[in-house]
Design a protein around this ligand. Structure first.
Ligand code: HEC
Length: 504
């Protein structure tokens, strides 16, 4: 980089221009030459260098922003300093960020190659190329060419491309709704978010087939080995997209054809087959669960279809009614018999409370069934957000809860104290929350609890033993917690009827 004093005005930046063009050409051809990523074939050094991408990428963003601000300022002053030097650093650091990002893309073992990651790669390269171009044009302007407005135009383009590329990057790391999630409703559609329509609070739970019926079955029998930390067979099953994407053997399922779907094939193998899932003759999906999963796949494996729209044949409907707590239709028989009139009155009283809560958390609370006075709650659309203050807002509906899903929310032991009035709770999901052993004191008093989900928490053996006071407990999920096999054994002695899923 030569300085930009008037003395050098006549020197044309030809070498620089050629170098810039060559760099752009190099970056543009990189993905084409390298072909699709194959993480395993790459040396660790590439992975190591690639991981600097998230650090470096902020440099060109900051530097370019500075150049933009200075250029804007120069509109109002006569002797503003040239932004050429700054643009050199913006261009150079953008190239480094692109190369590191490219290494990350090519070498990361867990890389999810999605449309978004490919778009992000090209977006990053485009950003770098426009920045280089802007720098070249600025060099020519400083050398006497009259292209100041073209330079400013390129600067703005560069900032625009940067916006798109970094939005894709952020969405890859933090989830697609990162920006739109808390945006004011008027802005949401612009940012690609969904505006949630408040649902009719009196509506009976009409669950999504995948999310409420199929996924919980796999959560129970498969996720402990196929999750974010354990990716057996390079296969994660803990989201619809990853399930579809599959693992080393290809897609997890073929929509419309269960018999060609890996998840079904693997589960239907004879129990002593090495490839059967789960391995080592561990108890897997039951016949009934497999029937439901096969039906779901054959019907197109949608992740948006609701139970009411899915036209489940009688056999499947019967299994679903029996299995999934949210759609239990036998609830009335399980809750103490109430005279119909009293039941109606209770429902009417509750409706007001439900409506209030629905205003704050649309769609989160619903009646378990038409006749029941039991309520279901799910924080699934508020993962990573729902916290203790929010639990407090559930106040009046808490005593009527029969099923509550707080998985991956931010609730702590404080919320569990608030839930102590939920004496009829049968299903409670607290996986991946910051709860600790202390919180289990309240849970140990929920005498109706049948299923408890505390995987991915800090619960230890000491906390686990508190659950021995739960006579109805039939299912307990504890993998990725601090619980040890010895702790599980001890609890099993006290709760022989309870299936404790521990992972391996
Ligand atoms: C105890 C751990 C464990 C459990 C539980 C488990 N798996 Fe696996 N799974 C593995 C291991 C290990 C592999 C890799 C070895 C292999 O391919 O057989 C694997 C591989 C697979 C594969 C092949 C992935 C690929 O593309 O190579 C599929 C499909 C699969 N599992 C489905 C399931 C299903 C469905 C369930 C639940 C019913 C399940 N697994 C439960 C350990 C487990």
């Amino acid at each position: 980089m030569s300085d930009s004093t008037p003395a050098t005005k006549s020197r044309k930046p030809i070498f620089l221009t050629l170098l810039g063009i060559a760099t752009c050409a190099g970056m543009l051809s990189m993905p084409v030459i390298a072909g699709p990523p194959n993480g395993e074939a790459m040396p660790d050094m590439m992975r190591f260098l690639g991981r600097f991408h998230p650090v470096i990428l902020h440099l060109p963003i900051g530097i370019l922003t500075l150049a933009l601000l200075m250029e804007f300022g120069s509109l109002f002053t006569r002797n503003a300093a040239s932004t050429r030097g700054i643009m050199f650093f913006a261009a150079a650091t953008s190239v480094i960020a692109v190369i590191a990002g490219f290494l990350l893309f090519q070498s990361d073992l867990e890389a999810d190659v999605t449309d978004r990651s490919i778009r992000h790669l090209w977006g990053g390269i485009a950003f770098s190329c426009v920045t280089i171009l802007a720098y070249i044009v600025k060099s020519w302007t400083d050398a006497g060419a009259s292209a100041a407005w073209f330079y400013r135009f390129l600067l703005i383009c560069s900032a625009g491309v940067m916006g798109f590329a970094s939005h894709d990057g952020a969405s890859m790391v933090h989830g697609a709704d990162y920006l739109s999630k808390y945006a004011p409703p008027a802005l949401k559609p612009l940012l690609g978010g969904k505006v949630e329509e408040p649902k009719d609070p009196a509506a009976v739970a009409d669950p999504l087939v995948y999310e409420s019926i199929v996924a919980p079955m796999m959560e129970e029998k498969c996720w402990k080995c196929h999750n974010v930390e354990k990716i057996k067979g390079k296969f994660r099953m803990d989201s619809y997209e990853l399930l579809l994407k599959g693992g080393a053997d290809g897609a997890g399922f073929v929509a419309g054809d269960a018999s060609k779907s890996n998840i079904v094939i693997r589960c239907e193998l004879p129990i002593d087959d090495d490839e059967r899932m789960p391995p080592d003759e561990k108890p897997g999906l039951t016949e009934e669960q497999l029937t439901v999963i096969k039906w779901w796949i054959n019907a197109g494996a949608s992740n948006t279809v609701k139970l009411s729209e899915a036209n489940a044949p009688a056999e499947v409907a019967a299994i679903i009614a029996k299995q999934a707590p949210v759609v239990k239709t036998t609830a009335a028989a399980e809750t103490p018999a109430v005279a119909p009139a009293a039941n109606d009155k209770q429902r009417d009283d509750l409706k007001a409370a439900v409506t209030t809560v629905q205003k704050t958390f649309p769609g989160a609370v619903q009646f378990e069934s038409q006749a029941s006075t039991g309520l279901t709650f799910t924080a699934v659309s508020m993962r990573g957000k729902f916290n203790d203050d929010d639990t407090a807002k559930l106040g009046p509906v808490i005593p009527s809860l029969v099923s509550a899903d707080f998985s991956a929310s931010l609730i702590t032991d404080k919320s569990l104290v608030l839930l102590s009035s939920a004496s009829g709770l049968r299903t409670l999901r607290l996986s991946e929350t910051p709860i600790t052993d202390a919180g289990l004191d309240t849970i140990a008093k929920m005498a109706s609890l049948e299923s408890l989900n505390i995987y991915g928490t800090q619960i230890t053996d000491a906390g686990l033993q508190k659950l021995s006071a739960l006579p109805q407990l039939k299912r307990l999920y504890v993998w990725r917690s601090k619980v040890t096999p010895a702790g599980v054994e001890e609890l099993k002695k006290k709760l022989p009827q309870c299936v404790i899923e521990m992972g391996i």
